[in-house]
Each structure stands twice: as C-alpha cells, then as structure tokens.
Write a protein that binds this ligand. Sequence first.
Ligand SMILES: [Zn+2]
Length: 127
Amino acid sequence: MKFKFIKKGTKKYSVLKLKCPKCQEGDLFVDTNPYHLNRCLLMNEKCLKCNQDFQIEPGFYYGSIWMSYPIVVLITIFVTSFFYLYLELSLLFFIIILAFVMLTLQPLILRLGRAMWLNIFVRFDEK
Ligand SMILES: [Zn+2]
C-alpha cells in the first residue's frame, strides 16, 4: 500500500505498512497478501533487516485482540450508520452486510491489531 502522506519514523507508518517498529523496513508478516488465509497471521520470528525479535514472549499477541477490538467497533459504527440508519435497510439485510464486511476485513484487522500491539512495546530506532 502507498502512504506517501505518512512519514517514516512514526508509529502510523509502521502500523499501516505492517513494518518492523524498530527499523521500519523489514516486513512483520511472511506473506504480504493478507488474503492468503492459511498464512494470514504467519509472522517472521525476527526482523530480516535489524534482527528485532517479533515474538517477544510466548502468547505475546493475545494482547493484540484489544487492539483489534476498537477497529471492529469503529467499522460497526460506520456500517450501522450508513446501511441501517442512513439507507434504512431491513435489519436482516443490514446484519448480512455487516457480517460480510467483518468477514472480508478480518485478515486486515487482525494484522493491524498485531502491528499496533508490537508498536506499543518497540520504539523506532533510526540508525
Ligand atoms: Zn527491523
């Protein structure tokens, strides 16, 4: 993804580009396509550029669920506002659309949650 408006060295850059929080060059995930579902959450053990450990402790990424949660809430608010309140679709149709949107975006949400979680514990180190 191209994010020319986000400067390197910021947490946003690392999270949105799914890069190592320390050097912001190495990829967090083995496969860059989140929709290869069997490899969606497969992460590199260490950064291939700066050797930063991505598996800080066993079960480290359980905490990333708390990062994904607000993203899910925001998407739900947006979809509800648009399809249910603005377009006034029936409840059943709205639930089907919400489920479709959530299932479609789930790989991206999970990856963003992990990137945000890792960025809390690892700082950018420009060398
Ligand atoms: Zn790195």
